[in-house]
Design a protein around this ligand. Structure first.
Ligand SMILES: [Zn+2]
Length: 401
């Protein structure tokens, strides 16, 4: 079968880390630690496992982070190389899988928790928090926190992967492939909305209007009684979609602090003693006394995290969605903020997400579809998605065009 494979290459990893992000053309150049290969179909010959033929597979920010070397070394122990990336998957069962007949259209919960690994359930799994499984490196599978990061299972960026019954959710006939491929990121947004613990009528700031931020707005409107939701968006199309998904206001990054100050009647404080050029540049070093009840970092950059930390009111909550970069944590201390992570999803999040994918105004959210062999174009498009007016870029795995 044909698949994209991520391999370990320290020199390439280092080069990608230096160049990734700043020079997007280079991330898919000759130094990228990704290649198109012909390899054996993955097979796990144990009860409950079956092959899936992917139809569409999304490209996630975490995939780009891994390829460009932006991902924290923390994760290196939680993956097994080489692996086929791709964890946002709609596909068809290529074999019967317990109660599900061959041909059933499915979406995949990528977390490889105790049930999939064939080990006694750990404490998080026993209590339904499979996203927090302690056993993602043990059992009969190689290490891998998710499908798409484990060498034994394959991933969505290949013509076949293998999945465990516990990972599968059936796609209703009425849900198109283009909407179904959004179910996994929507399930993460459902988890995010639950972790946000927004008080009734509470104000929320969402920093970032890529797929994570936009889907966060949808899920917050679906699952919470949030009052005003302010979204920080860089690009026009993102601002439009944020409003369509339920945002009350949208602000550009350099106006975000002012927008929050105005809507929450907070007091703005600027740092002292900076030379004039630095003071002008460092809008992120302003801070508010007062601010939103809950702020969500949906970017994972230092400036985004600084902005959310500095715009949250005393005793408020900051939610980290995506892999966070470092930031100045002084506000967390001084304002007694609660800093909460949100990772993948658990419980009934996939069922809620399937409902959302069917109801929400999702037309046009998939802004690009590429065959596997055009992976360089696909990743380039995904890296620049916001600027190019796309929310999600996908591989059309069956296409050879
Ligand atoms: Zn577990």
């Amino acid at each position: 079968m044909l698949a994209l494979e991520m391999f370990r290459s320290i020199p390439r990893f280092a080069a990608a880390k230096v160049s990734g992000g700043r020079m997007p053309g280079l991330l898919v150049g000759p130094m990228a630690p990704l290649r198109l290969v012909t390899r054996d179909e993955p097979a796990v010959r144990r009860p409950g496992w079956a092959q899936v033929r992917p139809l569409l597979s999304g490209i996630c920010g975490s995939d780009l982070g891994a390829i460009t070397g932006q991902t924290s070394l923390y994760f290196s122990a939680l993956v097994s190389m080489p692996f086929v990336p791709g964890h946002e998957i709609v596909g068809e069962l290529a074999q019967d899988c317990e109660d599900l007949p061959r041909g059933t259209r499915v979406v995949v919960d990528p977390v490889l928790a105790c049930a999939a690994r064939g080990v006694e359930p750990c404490e998080p799994c026993r209590t339904g928090r499979t996203n927090l499984c302690n056993h993602v490196t043990v059992g009969h599978l190689s290490p891998g926190l998710q499908t798409g990061f484990c060498q034994d299972t394959g991933g969505g960026w290949g013509e076949r992967l293998t999945v465990h019954r516990s990972q599968l959710h059936v796609v209703p006939d009425a849900l198109s492939d283009e909407r179904a491929v959004l179910v996994e990121p929507l399930a993460c947004a459902v988890q995010l909305a639950r972790r946000a613990q927004v008080p009734a009528g509470g104000s929320v700031l969402v920093s970032g209007a890529g797929a994570v931020g936009l889907f966060a707005v949808l899920a917050l409107r679906e699952l919470t009684d949030a009052g005003r939701i302010t979204v920080i968006a860089k690009h026009g199309r993102q601002a439009e979609l944020a409003r369509a998904f339920g945002a009350s206001d949208v602000a550009a990054p350099d106006e975000a602090m002012r927008a929050v100050r105005r809507t929450t009647r907070a007091l703005r404080v600027a740092p002292q003693g900076l030379p004039a050029p630095a003071a002008r540049l460092s809008s992120a070093s302003e801070m508010l006394l007062g601010g939103v009840d809950v702020a969500i970092d949906a970017v994972g950059s230092t400036s985004s995290l600084d902005t959310v930390l500095r715009s949250t009111k005393a005793g408020g909550r900051v939610v980290l969605s995506g892999m966070p970069a470092g930031a100045d944590l002084s506000p967390a201390w001084f304002r007694e903020l609660e800093v909460a992570g949100t990772y993948a999803s658990a419980g009934d999040a996939f069922e809620v997400a399937i409902g959302l994918a069917g109801r929400a105004p999702m037309d046009g959210v998939v802004g690009g579809r590429y065959p596997l062999h055009r992976w360089r174009e696909a990743l380039d498009h995904a890296q620049s998605a916001g600027r190019l007016g796309a929310v999600k870029v996908c591989f059309d795995v069956r296409s050879r065009a």
